[in-house]
Write a protein that binds this ligand. Structure first.
Ligand SMILES: Cc1ncc(COP(=O)(O)O)c(C=O)c1O
Length: 557
């Protein structure tokens, strides 16, 4: 029987609906396949787990024995722990007193001191291994605390310190002198801005610049512009990559609200390219080049050193190839490729990560070091992406302001910084010899192996991380031994050493020797005693049992 028109219409509607549904399912599955299997790749799940995770801690009786160490090792650890605490307290009396008096009023100090080590160990560590957070001065590659103790600085001031503190002091002195006549006048621009935008355009290969007050704000603005011009909703970030603390770039733990306009995809994986190639709702892709050191992993803080599974391995050729593929698919699909060089810009070379990996991005963000030591965020992009208004629709604008944007002192400090990049022979010399950092890492690794210590370092140029070669519950103790040896670390501890590029071979040799000595003492104090058969997996299993027990007990109460 021939089909009537209404029946035919019904069939074709059903056919179209099912084709659309199948397409939706396929693209959803592609998205799922492009998520990294770790919790870092699953924002929603990690947030739920964070809410579920119960607090528990080790009391004094268990603190030194969680890996089943025999009594003589437990005793050795215990006495070393209290002795270390006593030595730190005696040496840093004023700095510690200052921190104790101040911390109750400063939420940031409370937060970082709580998360220096895994939370199960945190209370006893806070009570008995106090650290001073106040510093009095810096010189060369060292900083000095309130008690007059001098440390080799491995913090790099969160990455700001690329050329050495004295260099930035110089930039700021110049800035004060040059902006002094205008002072803190905002709204109008200091004439130094003209030099800065010209230089930034040359260095980035872009046409326009906007100034902001932090790297976070620069990233916010770059993403907002990408959404505005592409008329698409989603930003893509790669698993583990840090792009500041704005909600959309921090969809997982740490942000109380779910970021609904963000896809977090697997770094260096074909499944992610497929998502970029097939979806129509992606405005931009953010690249933090530092992820090349530890793709798909968060910044390696010591509070997550529950076992020894931290790993890192920078493969320049593989990451270059990956970026080339991302570049190609972004060009094909009209997706804005944003290089977030807030951290690595000016550290890998004069023209930053774009030049280092041989990729021209669509937009670039800079921050940290580029204002000669003062607070900054910068977006550079082509005119077609930087424009904040629509010629044809006058009410359709892309808004961005900020009271302190283009502050005269920031602009003059930036000019001093950017001028020095071309004028100062020592900067050229530093850039010409950057491979020294690979040699130094290799040299230290050989010494560590020769000394039979269970640690190694991994590096991406002058940014280093410590990895551990045998399973242990106590790797986080290393940061306290390093501090006793006069090495200053930031609150994430052994996970990130940021060297300023003015470290001489002599300075580095001193750091190496102290590093090895700290590790030898830690080994002698029994922290790396190893139970037969212990693996990172068995440690994880034990932790899960402890968590379940803590949860169960809480319910039972
Ligand atoms: C790659 C990257 N983007 C953005 C930011 C945020 O910069 P800021 O701390 O100045 O807001 C950081 C900070 O560490 C960063 O490393």
């Amino acid at each position: 029987m021939p089909l009537s028109f209404p029946t035919l219409g019904l069939y074709s509607t059903a056919f179209i609906a099912s084709a659309l549904l199948t397409r939706r399912i396929v693209t959803r599955l592609q998205l799922s396949r492009a998520k990294h299997r770790s919790l870092t790749g699953h924002a929603r799940m990690s947030r739920q787990l964070a809410k579920w995770l119960p607090f528990y801690e080790y009391d004094e009786a268990h603190f030194f024995a969680v890996d089943g160490a025999p009594p003589h090792i437990v005793e050795r650890r215990r006495s070393a722990f209290y002795e270390l605490g006593k030595q730190l307290a005696d040496k840093h009396t004023k700095s510690i007193a200052w921190s104790k008096q101040t911390a109750p009023y400063v939420s940031d100090m409370q937060f970082v001191s709580r998360y220096r080590v895994p939370y199960q160990f945190s209370r006893l560590v806070r009570e008995h291994l106090p650290l001073g957070s106040a510093l009095a001065s810096s010189q060369g590659v060292t900083v000095t605390d309130l008690d007059g103790n001098t440390f080799y600085d491995l913090t790099g001031s969160y990455g700001v310190n690329v050329f050495g503190y004295d260099f930035y002091k110089g930039c700021i002195e110049t800035a004060v002198a040059e902006a002094g006549a205008l002072g803190p006048v905002l709204g109008g621009y200091h004439d130094s801005l003209q030099y800065n935008v010209k230089r930034l355009c040359e260095l980035s290969g872009m046409e326009e610049v906007s100034f902001h007050m932090s790297g976070t704000e620069a990233v916010m603005q770059a993403v907002r512009l990408a959404r505005y011009h592409t008329k698409r909703r989603y930003l893509v970030r790669f698993c583990g990559a840090y792009h500041g603390w704005w909600g959309d770039v921090q969809p997982g733990v740490g942000n109380p609200q779910m970021a609904r306009d963000t896809y977090t995809l697997k770094d260096m994986h074909a499944a992610s390219l497929k998502v970029l190639r097939t979806r129509k709702d992606i405005a931009c892709v953010l690249i933090n080049p530092l992820q090349a050191l530890h793709p798909n992993q968060n910044a390696p803080g010591d509070s997550s050193l529950l076992d020894s599974s931290r790993n890192a391995n920078f493969d320049r050729a593989a990451y270059t190839e990956w970026l080339q593929q991302v570049r190609q698919v972004c060009s094909e699909r009209g997706i804005v490729l944003i290089f977030d060089e807030v951290f690595m810009g000016f550290r890998l070379g004069l023209r930053g990560a774009q030049d280092y990996f041989g990729i021209q991005a669509d937009m670039v963000t800079y921050g940290k070091t580029v204002a000669g030591g003062l607070p900054i965020g910068v977006v550079c992009g082509p005119q077609r992406l930087m424009q904040r208004f629509d010629e044809k629709h006058p009410a359709n604008i892309c808004f961005a302001r900020g009271t302190f944007n283009s502050h005269p002192y920031v602009m003059t400090a930036m000019r001093a910084f950017l001028k020095a990049l071309v004028d100062e022979p020592f900067v050229q010399q530093i850039y010409a010899t950057l491979d020294v950092w690979d040699r130094r890492a290799n040299e230290l690794n050989t010494r560590l192996r020769d000394a039979q210590l269970p640690i190694q370092v991994r590096n991406m140029s002058s940014v280093w991380t410590v990895t551990f070669t045998q399973p242990s519950r106590y790797n986080w103790m290393l940061q306290y031994y390093l501090r006793r040896e006069g090495l200053a670390l930031s609150w994430i501890g052994s996970g990130r050493f940021i060297f300023s590029l003015n470290y001489t071979q002599e300075d580095f040799a001193a750091v190496s020797t102290r590093f090895i000595s700290a590790a030898q003492q830690m080994q002698a104090d029994g922290w790396w005693w190893q139970k037969a058969g212990m693996t990172n997996k068995s440690i994880k299993r034990q932790l899960l049992k402890e968590m379940l027990a803590a949860k169960f007990q809480r319910r039972a109460q």
